[in-house]
Design a protein around this ligand. Sequence first.
Ligand code: UDP
Ligand code: MN
Length: 257
Amino acid sequence: QGQFSHARRTELSDVFISVKTTGMFHASRLQLVVQTWFQLARDQTYFFTDSEDKEMNELTGGHLVNTNCSSSHNRQSLCCKMSVEYDAYLASKKRWMCHFDDDIYVNIPVLMELLQKYKHTDDWYLGKPSLRHPIEVNDFENPGAKITFWFATGSAFCISRALALKMMPHAGGGRLMTLGEKLRLPDDCVMGYIIDHVLRKQLTVIEGFRSHLEALWLIKPYQLNKQITFSYSEYGDKVNVVNVLGFSVEEDPSRSH
Ligand code: UDP
Ligand code: MN
């Protein structure tokens, strides 16, 4: 690497933040994002969706990208959006790509502290596995054989520029979608396949990436400001939300989601 390449600290302007969303969540989830953490990262955050929305596009300063991917929660559609996000990141030339789902709250200052600990010129895949073990799938290149690899949950992960560039032959220009079809896996697993299985670069586990796959109410209030992401969800009549003291559901209706 050039002797000056790490001299400058990574700043917010070095990060490309992509949020995956869909038309039916613009008024609910996206509205919340735009009213909260987006305000701290307006210039670097882009929303990848599947429909036109003039009002939302204006609210986000023209950062609503219609991918023209289909608006369903299936493998093809999710891989299609991730593929467009990845290509947009490469074109941005930024040091880091961070991807989040639209039901994720991002603690921007702590995200920056995290990225400043790693060199963007080295290969970094920062995320949190959703499983306690690697995923095992059929190896389409080797019929009858199985392969195992780790992947970061799609709700929150970051990739350094060095790694993203190495992924290009496998992910660029829509190849991520083709790969998703061959593997029959959703976008986050395809990322893990490319990075861990093909490129042999290990996932670095970031505990502070909290999603609704874990018990959010167990995070201690005094530890909240150290976390990088939060989420919320509802299973039947049970809600999984962060325990923030001093706010009622009336004051913060997103708590009852
Ligand atoms: N999503 C999408 N198309 C859909 C449904 C969901 O692009 O038809 C996006 C959604 O906006 C979110 C992500 O996929 O960013 C995950 O969706 P959700 O949180 O509903 O499901 P989860 O996988 O977390 O259970
Ligand atoms: Mn979700």
